[in-house]
Every structure is written in structure tokens, then in C-alpha cells.
Design a protein. Sequence first.
Lengths: 386, 191, 389
Amino acid sequence: MGNRVAIVGAGMTKFVRRAQETGKELSYHATKMALESCDMTLDQIDAVVLGTAPDTFDGVHMKGEYLSDGAGAWGKPYMRSYVGGGTGVFSVAQGWYHIASGLIDTCIVVCEEKMSSYRPHPQGAFLTIFDHTTERPLKPNLLWIFALEMNRYMHTYGLRKEDIALVAVKNKNNALDHPCAQIAKAVTVKDILNSEVLAWPVQRLDVSPVSDGAVALVLTNESIARRVTNKPVWVEGCGWALDTTYWTNRDLCYPRYVEEAARMAYKMAGVTDPRHQIHIAEPYDPFDYKELHHMEGLMLCGKGEAPQLTVDGVTQRDGELPTCPSGGLLGVGNPIAAAGLMKVAELFWQLRGEAGKRQVARKVRRGVAQAWGDLMQVGTVVVVGI
Amino acid sequence: MPKKKSKVKKQKSLKVTVTNPKTINSNFQFQGVGLSDDDLKKGKVLTTHWIGDTKYAWDQGVAIGKYLDGLKAGKILGVECHKCGRKMVPPRIFCEWCFKPIDNWVELLDTGTVNTFSLCYVTWDMQRVKKPLIPAVIEIDGASKGMGIMHLLSEVDPKKVHIGMKVKAVWKLEKEREGAITDILYWKPIK
Amino acid sequence: MNDRVAIIGIGATQFRSISPDVSYKELMFEAAVKAYEDVGINPRKDVDTFVTCAEDYIEGTSIFDEYVPDQLGAALKPMHTITGDGLHGIASAFLQIKTGRFDVAVVEAHCKPSNMLSPDGIEACGQDPIYNRPLKLNTHFIAGLEMNRFCYETGITFDQCAKVVIKNRKNALNNPIAGRSAKLTLDDFQYADGVSCPLTELDVAQPVDGAVVIVLASEAKAKALVKDPIWINGIGWCNGTPSLESRDWVHLDYVTKAAEMAYKMAKITDPRKDICFAEIDDRYSYKELQHMMALKLCCECGAGQCIDRGATEINSEFPVNPSGGALGMGYLYEATGLARLYSACEQLRGNAGKNQLKCAKTALVQGWRGLPTTSTVVAILSSQGGCNG
């Protein structure tokens, strides 16, 4: 059904705490690199799709329009999609439906974030994501919702911080091999457990940083993909689901919206046994417990079982199901929308054997990338294969 | 169905030879120049500043309007959908699962159970505090299981807070209430 | 891939200057229920994908898509936000249905400008922070600059622009959901307050609160659900440059490109002949004329002469904005394009009451995202039977 869609090129900038480049310049660098990586030029691109998270960070209303020229959209059909943190992976789904519809043959997918513009600290911008009447007057910090969810998750399955911390250790260490990483570090579980308590049970090293950065992918239809590269990475399935606004009416121990999105993507991709048919995973890891939470939502293991997989080394680069071999958000950085797209770019490089020092041990043919966003609300999933 | 005419012909010629993909990771120079806070303060780069004039006043409407009236009167109100049987809080004029208008309003209790909580040592704009703020999701008694609202706990030893703890609302004095979520000052454990 | 895409259901609230009795969620719920009842579907079961069009700064809430699923019946279903005009949402839904993976899609947009206490300040945040904002100008200055240059180069007069306002606000008098109808004369423009010369208060569409929901479907589903679907024969969208310093103030290339994409898809070779009427963006009076030119909807004598002759009046040569447009119905920010679409659908169905056109078989709908953007969408719709010319 529909045209087959492939990723044929990828590019990204470094992820840094505070970039000298403007948002437009970051988008430009990523887009240029993506085009150069597959020897294509902007005039061969039919449409541009951009993903970027809250306009408040940049302090620019209609940020998508502002960034459009940096993304190569001058004189082209252009759309910006936005599902909070889920945007990065969702933008691939948006590029997919552009091409699968048959109307568009080639599309650039760009995700960019410049969080550092917001002063005094980008965290403050997150105040405005809460309900203006029932929540904002309580002056919530973004950390609250993660801490509340982490606590509920730990309580429900009897998890220990030590087991969860292993994810941060794995990802920050993995990121040492990522040339764009912002906070790669050889840390231990002890380092995580000794770090400053921000909002118990969340400690400083459980959290990904604030970042600036951009990532871009080139998507094409099948006939063009086969002429551009001998290793097109197919977008085999996409899924997305947005849960109810009333997050305080939901049990936070399980991200059912990730499962819904995963089911939609797996169905499209013909995946019936994710644990064995998915060879490599890049779930969204803004906090260490989130990788586990999302592995369960992606049905890569049973509910509450993800910590065990981590402890057993299954998710290491040389494990059976390498998870976040890029270093994830915890290691590479978290420029919100760009972070999600970085995960898809990682799968692109891994499946083609181009991930350099990060290349996973086993032969991988199919991977899943997932992002999360909003008030513990949206799951966006893309299955890619070669 | 006739195949759509491919657009490829109109574009500048694409390479027909199938090339090996470039390995871009080994020595590639990634763009992006990181600056420190100091760089900005010392004027190493030029900056512009803007404080936006962005003011809003949101109409509360039927559901939240009545909820806030209830809070002013010292009550927590919810709504009921007879189709799925849920008693919901915060109130809404529609049941999002059945997609139908809600049937009636119910008065809930001002006691509840802690569903989850956190001990937070930073404010909304990342200032450090010694005494932790204790946000929690509190399942309200009288509503369906799992129906919670977000609020703060206080008058409790942070070490003693636990999931499943029974709590009660501590209200502002009647004359000080405004019809806002802050008419409840915080929740404290029921002894 | 599905063959054609149709609009099968529409719903809209009244457009009013204030709506203090309802929250934005309740406004959206009203429009959604109307749209779903129009076609007789249950969103919980029958809708495959949802798109909402909104901007954070307009709402006063970041990541605004957090707050939309419930009132549309989209909880735990595929839903995403497009930060664009409602017509961008239509384009997105169109693409999704064409993939063959989705049969029924819902697109929503709404606005509550009455809740924006500092609209000028909020709109100013859309200006380039480095090159333009430090000038501390009200955003309308961009329209003032453009109107001045446009009239200078084309020879269109300010009075001709005023006639657009008179026509549209008069049309709105017969539109039951319009929020800004009025009976005006050219004299009124002499006394109108200046906004950014030559723009006066009367040249600017005033904001209103409202919500619009549209239901789209694949061809097979549309034929199964309704007797007379409205076909989207063509759709195109395009961006120009976001920078003020490098744009053409007179010729809107991005509108022409978007139109070409839509015309090609709809096999339209002579727009003025093949299309019966148009609902296009008129956020500013001169914009209707400028858009007509870019869309190639003017006769040879030019847009100014068209309006002088009354050629764009109801039941005249080529009716433009018979609903009253944004000038007459009110400006809805991101929902403005959907208001045009809703109005066009009412015409195509024969439901436009006193404003019903005798020939209403094929319509052009165009949206523009407003200042400071150069972002547009064009759609060609037709009811059963096509146009008799």
C-alpha cells in the first residue's frame, strides 16, 4: 500500500549546551550535510518537513516559519509538525506520508532545537506546558512529572535506583564514541547515585541536558532511492498515538500510548514478535528510567522486565538487543526534536554499517526508534529496515 | 490505474551509478560551535535581548468555571458519565472515552490517597531550595479509582511520605479564597 | 493508494468577538460534535487520524497539542499538530489518506483571540529577533509597507482596496455565523484611524473567537458514508522567504507556485473559467487583490478594475469571498483557512442561504498564515457533477 519510502542520507550538527549558530544556521548545517552525504542537491528536493519543539525556547512565535529558509524550504512545499518531545521521530512519519501519498518524491526531514536562547534557564520555559488554571499556579517544574512517573514506575515493579542507573552508565559511556556528543562520560553507577538529588527519585545524572543542535534526513521514493544509494534504509512502519490530557487520571507506571504507536508501526512493518524481529532499538531516554519504560511500551520485553534486560547486558552494544548504541539523549544531548531524529539517524548509520566505533556487534537488519512527548502523553514510533 | 508520471526527469541528473555510501563518521568535521555562559557575559559574541509582552486571560468556561466556584466554596467537584460509569476530576463537559456530554455533577470529598509523589529541591526556574517541595498526584475520594489531581503536600516529614498515604486538603480561609486551585494550600497526612 | 479524497463533514461554532461562557476546549467540542453529526460518525471508532492546527504563542500554552485530543474524540489515537493554517492541516490529512493507510481523517483549528490580552506584543514575537524586533514596530507595519509598494507598482488605488472591505463586510450581513458584518461606504475610510499608513483600521480584519472541524475521507469511504461528498481535486502549498529584506512585496511567487501545484493536480488550465468562485485570504483589504493576482483569478484588466466593476460580487463574473471572508466573518489566526474552506463547502452544498451562488460547482480555497510569513495553501474543491462554466 502506498509508495515505499527510504532514507538515503543523514546529517547532524554537534549537540552543545549553547551554540553560537542561530537556529537557522544549525538547520542549514544539518540539511547541507544530509544532502552531501548522498550527493543530492536542494533543487532535487520536492518538499521540506521540519520538526522543532516549543517556540518559547527561541522566543520566536511561528518558529517554523522563521527556520524555514535554514531548512531549505524557500519556494518549496513546507510544513512543520509538533508533538512536543515526540516530534523528532514523528517528523520521519510526516516525511513518510508525504512520499507514500505519491504526491512528493523527495523530502528533507529536518529537526532543530535551540533551547539556550531562553534566559535565565531553559527549564523555566517548561512552566508553560502545564494547564494554565489547574496546574501552573502551583509553579511546577518539568522535573516533577518525570519524578512522579519514575516513582510510580519504581513502586509498581519494585525497582531499585541501582538497576535504573545502569541505563545512564551505558548510554553516557556509549556516547564517548559519538563525535557530536555533548556530555559523554565514563561514569559508574556510584557516580549516578552520588549525584545531586534534584527531585527525588530523580538525580542529576539521571537526566539528559539542555542542548542546541539539528539533524536532517533525506527521504525519497523507491525508484530514486535505488539510484542514489545501494543501501537505502526503508521506512517500514510508522505509528503515533496521543493519550488524554488528563495525565493525573492515568497510571504512570506504563506508557500505553507508546504501545498504541508501536502496534500501529509494527502492523505496517509486518513485525509480530518485536523482541526477536527488532535487532536494534533507540527508545527515547531523556531520563534513564525512560529507556526502560519505553522498552516495555515498545513490547521489547514484558512490563517491569526491562531493568533485568539491562542488568543482563542484553542492551549493550555487544548484546542481543543493542539499545541506544548512539549514547542516546543521556550521552549525546537533548535538543528536544533533534534528539528524536538523531535516533533515527543512528539506526540509518547502524543498519548500513557506518556507525564507526559505535557499530554494534551483531548484524542488524531492522530497528525501531521511538520518541515521547507532552504530559506523559505521546508515543511516536518508526521501524526502519535494510 | 495509470502510473503517475515520475518527476525524476525534470530534476537535474541524478547519479545513475550506484555508489558505495560514504562513511561519514570517522573523520568528518561536524558543525556547531559551543559557547559558555562566560563567553556571553564577556561579550565574546554579540547578543540581542527581548522580553516578550505576552499576556493572556483564559476563559474558564463551563466545566472549569464550576470547578473553581466549588473550590471557592471549599468543595471539590467532579462529573459523572453514566455510559462508562466514571466519576471524573478535574471536571470536563464531555467524557473523552465515550465522546458524549457528561451526565451530572458530583461533590467529591476533600480527602485522597497519594498515587505518586516527589521531593523536589529545585524551583520552576532551577533555583535550589533546602526544604523540598512535595508535588504529588492525589487520587480524590469519591471519584473513580485512579482519578487524581496534581497538588502539593506539606506538614509532613519528607522521609515519611509514601505511595498509598491518606491525605486531606488544607484550605485557605474562606474569605481568602479566590476560586483557584491554590484555594487548597496543600494536602497533609490524615493521622 | 486511494484514488480521491473528499470532505464529508463540516462543523463550526458561531464566530464572535468574545466567548466568555466557554473555554477553548468547549468551543472545539461544539464544532467537533457538529462535524461528526453532519456525517454521522463516532470519532472513537470511525476516525483513523486527527490533525490540529495551532500555535503556542496564540494559545498561551507551550506544546499545545497536549490539550486537544479529548474534545475531538482523539484520546489515545493518532493525532498530531501542524503549526500552520488549518489548510496545512487539510494538506496533511490529504497526504495521509492518499497513502492508503487511513480512510477517515479529522482536521481542527480554533482561535480565542479574546483571551490574548496583548495581541500586538504576541504578534511582535513573530518578527525576526535580530533584524526586525529591535525596531519596536507594531507588526502591521509589514502590511503597511507591502500595501504601499503593491499599490504603487500595480496602480491599484487605496479606494479599490477599501471596496474589498465594503464588499466582504456586506456579504457577511447574510452569513449567520459571521462575526464582523457591517454596512460601510468609502466615506467611512476617510475617517478611519490609521494603523500603518496606508493601512487603516478598516483595512484590517478584526479577530473573532471560533472553531472549525472538517472530516475528510478516502473515495471509497466517502461514497459509503455520504451521498454528495465534496472532492478535493487539487491541493498545493508553498513557502516563500521568511525574511522581510529579501521578499518581493508585490508578486507573491509562493502563492503562484502553490496554485500551480493545485491546478496541475485538478487539471485546471484556465482558473477564471474552470472555477466558479473563490474563498481566499483577506486579512488585509489589499491582500484579496494581491492574492487574486497571484492565483491568476483576475480578468485582463486587473484586480483593481475587477473590484471597480463589481466583478467579484455575489452572482457576478467571479465571486470572491461570498461568505464575507476574514474581513466580514472575522480573523481566526490559524483557523482562518478552515473558515474559508467551511464557507466554500456550504456554497458547494447549496447551503449558503441568501449568499447562495447560482453557479457553485468548483471552488478555490486559499489560506495565508498571516504576518510575517510567506506561507500559503491552495485547494480546489468540487461538488458532484463538476462545473458548467
